[in-house]
Design a protein around this ligand. Structure first.
Ligand SMILES: Nc1ncnc2c1ncn2[C@@H]1O[C@H](COP(=O)(O)OP(=O)(O)OP(=O)(O)O)[C@@H](O)[C@H]1O
Ligand SMILES: [Zn+2]
Ligand SMILES: [Zn+2]
Length: 830
């Protein structure tokens, strides 16, 4: 039997399967998806079996055997392997990179060396060195690392022993983490005879009696440590009972449950509102039909999308299938998790990056071992290893965080559609502000009947219970300035906050973080602190008083005088949110403010802590960045204020207006969701910009119409697709050279395909190559960066053209060569 293995050596030359012999004893265990250790280039590396074959492509006698099998259940299934091929093709990355992205990082093993005493080495206690005795004591084999640690002076002897063949060396893959096991005590199986034995225990062994009596009355096994603490006894007492055969102590696999000890109040399905019911029925029909179908659920904020998700999932589970729910990392708040745990209890596995590696691994195992039926998580939860997937929900589908920024640069939305096809599952993309890509795809297909290849649009234009959308006031900050107000709060926002304080209601304040970053500036000469390795300003961290670069991690102390003009008028601007907080305290003495930004939410569980506090009305204002804009549902929030709406409008990104509109609409949606009516105040310097005026009127359609006009004119998505190619090198001429070469190759291929050239944007099929130009951050980590952009439309294999051109320019063997990275459908263009 031959196994085709993809080795975990991500490079272009190794991006193909290698054949290995399956040793007889592993034949029954190895299957496609198995994780194995294989000899490769003189070491042992991890790999995935992607196929089993009878015959090898090469001379079979030359094949090496698989060294080891790493898990008893293969972590990947054939459908995930197929998905991996698709990702590697579509997003231009090695297959191993795509496969690695699908499994928890705990399973990214690394090789470890072991040394063993050779079979024919007889024991010679008199003359054997200590280290040899040590290996014998350990059962004949030890980790090389532990031998090195214990006998640092023996290196020469050990090496000699290996050369002579007295010791053999073996490599194996070790996982970063393993299953956590704890000693657990089991109650006596036969309680009657245990009662008898109890009477036979002598009175002086009172502790033993107490433990046994306790265990007889115990229904479930109990962790040894807990037992010892409960009865304040020692393990020798329990061991004594074990020796008498009265109790059993065994190692039991433990799940590191991040939500352990948390009681989630069970919720029942709510009777659906009419709008919800219509949407639900369509999704349920698709689930019943078991055919893959994509829906775009366009529901305004507070329209009750989550309840529709919950009931659709319930229907899916009743059909014996499983469901995945993706939510943006930032809104994967306890409030959100609670809603799913509250409905489906233990059947929910939660996967997000704030869990430790071990916790994430255990949640993943719950899915793998069929103990969980619903996975709620961020982007990578799309790979949850379910076998019969029925439903995939992507909440806030417009969020750019669904696109992974490092390789594999996949978009979870596109992967979801592909996975759903494999399983005959339904996909529900939900948003109050759908991305233009999804919306145009859905708008072209009718909501009922056969939706063909696109998505079916499911509108929910009204809030639950007919509650009105909150009125939005736009404040022109230029007018405020002309009127003599130079503060960061306009008069209407100041009045609004004051009123809320008087009434004991709550406010949410959003600071659009981008552009408001923290920096150091000299007031005398205008000097700003720059990273010496990247062409970008350093960020000031007030807590630690250091200047840090967000791209390369460079850190330095903050200067007390200007390095450029030696003036002492150098100012450190704290984070925008810190400044707002200070201002609030000045204006409203005694005001209780919760500030949520990167600085206050790094600690584990801090999100939860702040939101719980706010929910308990222990604060008047929740102030924060993007993270306060999404998903929150608090009944006493009656005012939402946006401090500066336009900081994101002028970014060099064709999606700037779309992102601004989405953010404003989302945050406005936090107000007046329950009994109390809400109000929204947006401060801006661009009051007539359509992204702001349409957000004011909650008018998604008007925004889309205007924005699509611009996109069509400039030939940007959704009117075409993009591939961004970034080249980098430490030497500027090298990057420029490689960039020119790459662009020339791309243009040549495009011409050959007969489709190159400007002015073709009107056609149904075109491909255009832009650049090379310097990236908008021209240098990161001492590497200069240039980029080319490929725009294309229609039935063109642009990815194929790019792949070939990149392969021709890049020399992967040459580590010092120009690095080229390809981003298909980029979300961030920097
Ligand atoms: N059928 C229903 N009957 C009564 N209340 C409901 C119903 N459906 C939802 N709700 C309530 O309405 C409120 C808003 O619902 P939900 O949070 O699901 O809206 P949403 O569309 O997800 O909003 P957003 O996009 O703003 O997060 C919640 O408090 C929810 O409990
Ligand atoms: Zn830097
Ligand atoms: Zn200066």
């Amino acid at each position: 039997m031959i196994a085709r293995v993809i080795v975990d050596v991500p490079s272009r030359q190794t991006d193909r399967p290698f054949d290995y012999e399956v040793p007889g004893e592993l034949a029954g265990w190895i299957e496609p998806g198995s994780r194995v250790g294989v000899p490769f280039g003189g070491r042992v590396v991890q790999g995935f079996v992607i196929a089993i074959a009878d015959n090898a492509d090469v001379d079979r006698s030359k094949l090496k055997p698989i060294a080891e099998l790493l898990d008893h259940l293969p972590p990947l299934s054939p459908d995930l392997i197929e998905l991996g091929h698709w990702i590697s093709e579509k997003y231009c990355c090695p297959l191993t990179v795509a496969l690695q992205a699908m499994i928890p990082s705990a399973l990214k093993g690394k090789a470890e060396s072991f040394v063993a005493i050779a079979q024919d080495q007889a024991s010679d206690a008199l003359f054997e060195p200590d280290w040899m005795m040590f290996i014998r004591q350990q059962g004949g084999e030890v980790k090389l690392a532990s031998l090195q640690a214990k006998y640092p002076d023996a290196a020469r002897d050990v090496k000699a022993a290996i050369t002579l063949g007295d010791l053999t060396e073996r490599a194996a893959i070790r996982d970063r983490l393993s299953v956590r096991k704890v000693l657990t005590v089991f109650p006596p199986a036969d309680r009657e005879s245990a009662e008898l034995a109890l009477t036979a225990i002598p009175a002086r062994a009172a502790k033993q009696r107490e433990v046994l009596r306790f265990m007889i009355g115990q229904e479930d096994p109990i962790q040894l440590q807990v037992l010892l603490e409960t009865l304040s006894t020692t393990s020798s007492t329990v061991r004594a009972l074990e020796e008498k055969g009265l109790l059993v102590i065994r190692e039991v696999e433990l799940d590191r449950d991040p939500y352990a000890g948390r009681a989630f109040r069970r919720t029942e399905p709510l009777p659906l509102m009419e709008g919800q019911q219509q949407v639900y029925d369509q999704i349920a029909d698709a689930l019943d039909a078991g055919e893959s179908q994509v829906f775009l659920l366009h529901g305004v904020t507070g329209s009750g999308k989550t309840e529709v998700y919950l009931q659709a999932i319930e229907h899916c589970l009743n059909l014996g299938r499983q469901a995945i729910v993706l939510v943006p990392e930032i809104s994967l708040t306890p409030q959100m998790v609670e809603r799913f745990k509250g409905r489906f209890g233990h059947e929910v596995a939660v996967l997000h990056s704030r869990l430790s590696g071990g916790e994430r691994y255990d949640e993943w195992r719950k899915i793998r071992e069929k103990r969980a039926k619903v996975a709620v998580g961020a982007r990578s939860a799309i790979f949850a290893p379910f076998e019969r997937l029925g439903l995939i929900i992507i909440d806030e589908e417009h969020e750019s965080s669904y696109k992974q920024e490092e390789s594999p640069k996949y978009h979870a939305r596109d992967v979801a559609v592909r996975r759903a096809k494999q399983h005959g599952a339904a996909v529900v993309l939900g948003s109050a502000t759908p991305s233009l890509e999804s919306y145009t795809a859905a708008a072209m297909t009718p909501a009922s009947g056969n939706p063909g290849r696109g998505a079916a649009l499911l509108p929910m234009p009204e809030r639950v219970g007919g509650k009105p959308m909150p009125p939005v006031t736009i404040v022109d900050m230029r007018e405020e300035l002309r009127g003599g107000n130079r503060a960061m709060f306009s008069r209407p926002l100041y009045e609004g906050l004051k009123k809320r304080l008087e009434r004991g209601e709550q406010s949410v304040l959003l600071l659009n973080r981008r552009g408001y970053s923290t920096f150091v500036m000299c007031r005398a000469c205008g000097y700003t602190a720059q990273c010496p390795h990247c062409d970008i300003a350093l960020t000031y961290h007030q807590k630690s008083r250091v200047l840090r670069c967000h791209y390369c991690g460079h850190a330095e102390g903050s200067p007390s005088a200007c390095p450029s003009c030696e003036s002492e008028h150098i100012r450190f601007f704290g984070t925008g949110t810190q400044r707002v907080e200070e201002e609030l305290a000045k204006l409203f003495p005694g005001i209780r403010v919760i500030r949520m930004d990167v600085d206050t939410t790094t600690e584990k569980g801090s999100h939860e802590k702040w939101l719980t506090m706010f929910g308990e009305r222990k604060a008047d204002v929740l102030l924060g960045t993007q993270m306060v804009a999404k998903g929150l549902d608090f009944p006493y929030v009656t005012l939402v204020g946006v401090i500066a709406a336009d900081t994101s409008l002028h970014l060099p990104d064709f999606r700037a207006a779309e992102k601004t509109f989405q953010l404003l609409t989302q945050v406005a949606g936090r107000a007046g969701r329950h009994q109390l009516p809400g109000e929204v105040i947006i401060q801006t310097y661009n009051p007539e910009h359509y992204a702001i005026t349409t957000a004011q009127h909650h008018d998604y359609d008007a925004f889309v119409k205007e924005e699509l006009g611009h996109r069509r004119q400039m030939a940007y998505p959704p009117y075409c697709r993009l591939i961004l190619i970034t080249l980098s090198h430490e030497q500027l001429p090298q990057v420029i050279n490689a960039g020119d070469k790459l662009a020339a190759l791309l243009r040549h291929s495009a011409d050959e395909a007969g489709m190159h050239g400007a002015g073709l944007h009107g056609g149904n099929r075109f491909i255009e190559v832009l650049g090379p130009v310097a990236s908008s951050i021209p240098r990161i980590k001492d590497r200069y960066r240039f980029q080319c952009m490929v725009k294309y439309r229609g039935n063109v294999d642009a990815v194929g053209i790019v792949r070939e051109a990149v392969a021709a320019v890049a020399r992967p063997q040459d580590k010092a060569g120009v690095q080229i990275s390809v981003d298909v459908d980029p979300q961030v263009i920097l």
